[in-house]
Ligand binder design. Structure first.
Ligand SMILES: *Cc1c(COP(=O)(O)O)cnc(C)c1O
Length: 382
């Protein structure tokens, strides 16, 4: 059976050109004085330059880490440990790596406040403004939602943050939409390699020049003392190649994906009792997110999988727990509505044929599931 992958928001396959770059990468330790070490050091710094170039950062503002989870932890805890006390504002629709870091910091005496979003997942700017106080040292916002794809107006948010630093989790937007850290005015930015056709096990934290934070890992002093441990060079070289490819192909690819996504959304929304979640326009070109009356998202994902189609209910992290997504609840959906949701995320290998196959299969599955739906039964009884 042909299998179709519609879960690019959860992770992406490795681009063949990236794999080639990794295969030819040198093995030396960047901290060694001999020629093998120096060779490795050159690859590391050339990679850093390429990665920095994608967001208009200086190479010395990029710290390589092992994952976006680590970068988010480093941004929040690293700054909190430096400041020692005060408050942090985050949004209600953050990734668990921000939510849980913030929750832990609150157990350590920091004050955490959550800003509301509207029904499209757009941050309520006046709410952030109200939450920011004299002691607020950080505002951390997800740039584009990993669930519903809504993109935030970071420049507007930056403008009301006064002297608080701004961190954005750009794991979903990096490599997909143009990002200029200087123009956005952000102080910290998280991006991940495996969400943009690079290898797993590598990510970055952009830290604006002059901003000091505490490290989480202490040791040999790599990455300006902010992230000790031997450099994962093949992964970093692959990440850099993925950034170079994104820079060259982003515009064309996102136009292609937007067209495919719109075709998909138009087809899906013909199904009775179906709705689009997230913002109608300000969303990632590859993201579609739907809600269906009288449907349970997990059953839908399983049935689609049996038909060879890989989708998600929202986030890979919450689907295992079977709890309604905190993001969809923050958008104002009721728990049963949140449970009836489906995320379809497109990518490089998606074709028009895939979309048409999906549109052929989905209505049949929805019909079947509705026939046996306990939700429908409950509703009829009331
Ligand atoms: C995927 C993702 C993360 C975490 O990435 P890991 O690679 O699992 O550490 C963090 N934030 C967002 C928005 C993501 O999409």
């Amino acid at each position: 059976m042909k299998r179709i992958y519609f879960d690019y928001a959860s992770t992406t396959p490795l681009d063949k050109r990236v794999k080639k770059e990794m295969d030819k990468c040198v093995f030396g330790n960047t901290m060694s004085l001999h020629s093998f070490g120096q060779e490795a050091k050159r690859v590391l710094e050339a990679s850093r330059e390429k990665v920095a170039g994608l967001i208009n950062a200086k190479p010395n503002e990029i710290i390589f880490t092992s994952s976006a989870t680590e970068s988010n932890n480093l941004a929040l805890k690293g700054l909190a440990f430096k400041k020692k006390k005060g408050s942090i504002v985050i949004s209600a629709i953050e990734h668990p790596s921000i939510l849980e870091s913030a929750k832990w910091l609150s157990s350590q005496g920091f004050v955490i406040k959550k800003a509301k979003v509207d029904k499209y997942g757009k941050l309520d700017i006046s709410d952030i403004e109200k939450l920011i106080e004299e002691d607020t040292f950080l505002v951390s916002i997800i740039h584009a939602s990993n669930e519903v794809g809504t993109i935030q107006d970071i420049e507007k948010i930056r403008n009301i943050c006064k002297k608080a630093y701004v961190h954005i989790d750009a794991s979903q937007s990096f490599g997909k939409i143009p990002i200029d850290v200087k123009k956005l005015g952000v102080d910290l930015l998280t991006a991940s390699s495996h969400k943009m056709y690079g290898p797993k096990g590598v990510a970055l934290l952009y830290i604006r020049e002059g901003l000091a934070i505490e490290p989480l890992l202490h040791g040999g002093g790599q990455e300006q003392g902010l992230r000790s441990s031997t450099i994962n060079l093949p992964a970093i070289a692959g990440f850099a190649k993925a950034c170079q490819i994104a820079k060259e192909e982003m515009q064309e690819e996102s136009a292609r994906l937007r067209k495919l996504r719109d075709r998909l959304a138009k087809g899906v929304l013909r199904i009775k009792g179906s709705y689009l979640n997230g913002h109608p326009k300000d969303r990632l070109a590859n993201n579609a997110h739907f809600r269906f009356d009288f449907i349970e998202g997990e059953s839908l994902v399983v049935q689609l999988d049996l038909a060879g189609i890989a989708c998600s209910t929202g986030s890979a992290c919450s689907s295992i727990k079977l709890e309604p997504s905190h993001v969809l609840l923050a958008l104002g959906l009721k728990p049963e509505q949140a449970h009836g949701s489906l995320r379809v995320s497109l990518g490089k290998e998606t074709t028009e044929k895939d979309i048409d196959y999906f549109l052929l299969v989905l209505p049949k599955i929805i019909n079947q599931l509705r026939l046996i739906s306990p939700f429908k039964w409950n509703t009829q009884k009331k």
